[in-house]
Unconditional design. Structure first.
Length: 499
């Protein structure tokens, strides 16, 4: 195939929001989350010659379309001589690094040029291995493919027709926090008082999910019981990510917190919150902010139907809150290796594919979604969405295939997978890596998802070469004896793809 044109490669680099080291950065794109803003701020503070305008647009301006960063071409040319990207050249560089004993006896590697889809290097690339948290790349691609980056996860409150019982209903959003729960309670109180209700019973509905609540690894600070209703991902401390003490029953704790908010606002809640299914509703409340066509025409009356119950009052959704867009949730999942979010996204994929929203159904849905994208799923197994399970099986070729799909200009809906990857030496789970030694050349140039279990270490992501190529790579290692030694070896491998 013909070599990709320079402007295409530069634009791709800019859209991906790459944070470049050595006093040079190219950032761009509409994926303007807090992480992206932080990258721009650091770039401006450490670079006097980046050349890009990093000020945010006026508040009234429309979101910008993806465009090449003005500095990108100059930055890439300034980074040094072109890296060897012919298969023979890469083999000469990578084979000795893959032989590092720190990677253990089981290893797999794949390097692909994302512009052409051509594999530049492979060693056991199609052999399924335990991927640890790099499986989150598969989970997030599947969720974005099934639902799109604008999908939001709801949490709702349903009131019975007589407004004597309200049900807090989980939609699968582990990012529900105290501020949003308070707003949900305030909306509920207003709706109840408008109906003349000041005393209610409170139920909570977790029926959206199926199967075991506990991850197969059991009680663990890395993941809460998997529930569609949870406050702050069941965390019992003030942390936002990483290991933390977890609630044994996140749904019940969330319902109790909601009860306290209702009580504080003047609503009497009779008895303890109890599990129960929300009653079927007549539709969205009148104040539902969700856009869409309004119903027109005459309302049904008793004389217009033979069923006298058709006009009887029914239960209704009286309050709701939504998560951030799925694209933002994907970025957070990958940057911080958020296990709770990963499991939630896998279940959202299951629901989209009409599979039971449990570990098994989510695994089948993710696999089916990836197969529909034309990816190599032979031998794969998704026992969970987070990678905490040792039963997961993914090949290096699948991981680079996923990253290549996410870089495809024809699939902008998958772009958050790339923008969410941690930046070497800068953010997320790579913040404290690529700092010294041979791997330091990858600082700012390597964006990758880490994977770590006892005896398993992996790294999969992208690098930008000096001549502007965007390469996808995946390195998997098994039976490693030291996570520190293995991680250093993986860092050297990915850094070797840059000059």
């Amino acid at each position: 195939m013909p070599e990709p044109r320079t402007w295409q490669l530069t634009a791709c680099s800019a859209v991906l929001g790459l944070a470049l080291a050595a006093g040079a950065v190219a950032t761009a794109g509409p994926w303007d989350t807090g992480q992206r803003k932080a990258e721009r701020a650091r770039a401006a503070a450490t670079s006097a010659n980046g050349g890009a305008h990093h000020a945010p647009p006026p508040l009234a301006a429309a979101p910008p379309r993806p465009a090449p960063a003005p500095s990108a071409a100059g930055v890439l040319r300034a980074l040094g001589a072109p890296v060897a990207t012919r298969p023979g050249d890469l083999a000469a560089v990578l084979v000795p690094l893959l032989a590092d004993p720190g990677l253990g006896p089981l290893r797999s590697a794949s390097v692909v040029d994302t512009a052409t889809g051509r594999q530049l290097y492979g060693e056991g690339a199609t052999t399924p291995m335990t991927p640890a948290s790099t499986v989150k790349i598969a989970t997030t691609v599947a969720a974005l493919s099934a639902l799109g980056p604008d999908h939001r996860i709801p949490t709702t409150v349903v009131a019975t027709a007589d407004a004597r019982t309200v049900t807090l209903t989980g939609g699968g959003d582990p990012t529900l926090d105290r501020a949003r729960l308070t707003a949900l309670a305030d909306e509920t109180v207003r709706a109840l008082k408008s109906r003349g209700a000041t005393s209610v019973r409170l139920a909570y509905d977790t029926s959206l999910y199926r199967g075991p609540v506990r991850h197969p690894i059991g009680r663990n600070d890395n993941i809460a019981p998997v529930s569609p209703l949870m406050l702050d991902a069941g965390r019992l401390d003030a942390s936002a990510y990483g290991p933390a003490p977890r609630s044994d029953d996140p749904a019940q704790d969330t319902a109790r917190a909601f009860r306290d908010l209702l009580t504080g606002a003047g609503i009497t809640v009779r008895g303890e919150p109890a599990p129960g299914r929300a009653p079927k509703t007549a539709g969205p409340p009148a104040a539902d902010p969700t856009p869409g066509p309004k119903a027109t025409g005459p309302r049904p009356t008793a004389s217009a139907t033979s069923d006298p119950k058709a006009t009887a009052p029914r239960a209704a959704v009286i309050a709701r809150t939504h998560s951030a867009p799925l694209g933002d949730l994907v970025e957070r999942t990958l940057t911080h290796s958020d296990n709770d979010l990963a499991e939630a996204l896998a279940r959202q994929t299951a629901l989209a594919r009409e599979q039971p929203a449990g570990f098994d159904g989510a695994g089948r849905a993710v696999r089916a979604e990836l197969a529909a994208l034309g990816l190599p799923v032979a031998g794969t197994h998704f026992a969970d969405g987070s990678g905490l399970s040792r039963a997961d099986r993914v090949s290096a070729a699948l991981l680079t295939g996923l990253l290549t799909r996410a870089a495809d200009p024809a699939r902008p809906e998958l772009r958050p997978v790339l923008t969410g990857l941690p930046v070497g030496g800068f953010s997320g789970t790579l913040e404290n890596r690529f700092g010294t030694g041979p791997a330091a050349t990858g600082a700012g140039l390597v964006r990758a998802k880490t994977g770590t279990l006892t005896g398993v270490n992996a790294l999969a992501g992208t690098v930008v070469t000096a001549d502007g190529r965007l390469l996808a790579f995946a390195f998997l290692a098994g039976r490693t004896t030291s996570p520190t030694t293995a991680q250093s070896a993986l860092d050297r491998l990915s850094a070797a793809l840059t000059p």
